[in-house]
Design a protein around this ligand. Structure first.
Ligand SMILES: NC(=O)c1ccc[n+]([C@@H]2O[C@H](COP(=O)([O-])OP(=O)(O)OC[C@H]3O[C@@H](n4cnc5c(N)ncnc54)[C@H](O)[C@@H]3O)[C@@H](O)[C@H]2O)c1
Length: 270
């Protein structure tokens, strides 16, 4: 079987882990043909650290050269990148899933172009159960995210509400709303709420609670679903990436698992 030609756009914490896995474990089935980043030093650093020989390309050139594009850049541009890749008939793995909310045309375009959009589970477990549950009636889907204050620093919601994260004592519910609102208020922190909503009840009917405490040392996500199937509760206690404390290591590993699915002839789990 010919190798899949992959390209990575966004050479930060997640992009580097994916490139490392391609080099170490997936080189028999995936060829990294190029990488792209608005900061060329990040692209150079990724290639140097992983010892991969690939081209540093602009977005358009990278899309033209690959069969499968991996987006690990930013929620501000993920929909544009996905749109450009799908227009060219290329498959895409999107990490910045928050940027895809309210863009149903992208999913239609994938169908029309015969291309695939892959959204990795990211930093949560339990999406398999949510998808199975959706085959019958689902009453409620709730995500409770716990993060240390520094993991929420700089979020538009925190700035807008003038929340002084440094002065909080004990556990505080910072946010309680829909996934749609959570993605606007915390675009770099809760991509998982976007992914959960897209495979479940949708952004307007998925409840998200964000809790912080100076005592929290790592990120955790708890998904609770009630429906005809019964009840589901999935808790994931994450280790943050040393290179980006806002990102959990499992998120990068989920992209590797998705890449494996894309090149596998047998898919285990739904
Ligand atoms: N789906 C999930 O569960 C999940 C979990 C964690 C992070 N994420 C998202 O994945 C993305 C990558 O995360 P990360 O931790 O690697 O971030 P990072 O900040 O470490 O790296 C992002 C890289 O993308 C580059 N970049 C930014 N805008 C770009 C653009 N317009 N074009 C090309 N490159 C651009 C930056 O220069 C940087 O090198 C982020 O959007 C993050 O919010 C998703």
């Amino acid at each position: 079987m010919a190798k899949i030609k992959a390209g990575i756009i966004g050479c930060g914490a997640i992009g580097r882990v994916i490139a490392g896995a391609v080099k170490k474990d997936l080189s028999g089935v995936v060829e990294l043909v190029g990488v792209s980043d608005i900061d060329v030093k990040k692209a150079e650093g990724l290639l140097a650290d992983t010892n991969i020989k690939a081209s540093i390309l602009g977005r358009g050139e990278l899309i033209a050269k690959c069969d499968l594009l991996i987006e690990a850049a930013s929620g501000e541009v993920s929909h544009e990148i996905a749109d450009e890749a799908l227009e060219a008939g290329k498959d895409i793995i999107v990490m910045s899933t928050g940027g895809l909310l309210g863009k149903p045309d992208l999913f239609k375009k994938a169908g029309l172009k015969g291309a695939k959009i892959y959204l990795p589970s990211g930093a949560v477990s339990g999406l398999d159960g949510v998808k199975s549950a959706m085959a019958a009636g689902v009453d409620s889907v709730t995500l409770t995210t716990r993060k240390p204050p520094k993991g929420l620093d700089g979020a538009p919601y925190i700035i807008e509400k003038k929340i002084d994260l440094g002065s909080l004592k004990g556990e505080t519910v910072i946010f309680d709303g829909t996934a749609e609102e959570a993605v606007k208020g915390f675009p770099k922190n809760v991509n998982v709420s976007a992914t959960l909503s897209l495979c479940g009840l949708g952004p307007a009917r998925t409840r998200v609670r964000i809790i912080t405490s100076p005592d929290f040392k790592s990120n955790s996500h708890e998904i609770e679903v009630k429906g005809d199937f019964g009840q589901l509760k999935a808790v994931t206690q994450n280790v943050p990436m040393p290179t980006n404390p806002k990102t959990s290591y499992l998120a990068a590993l989920s992209a590797i698992a998705t890449l494996r699915n894309a090149v596998s002839s047998a898919l285990i789990g739904n």
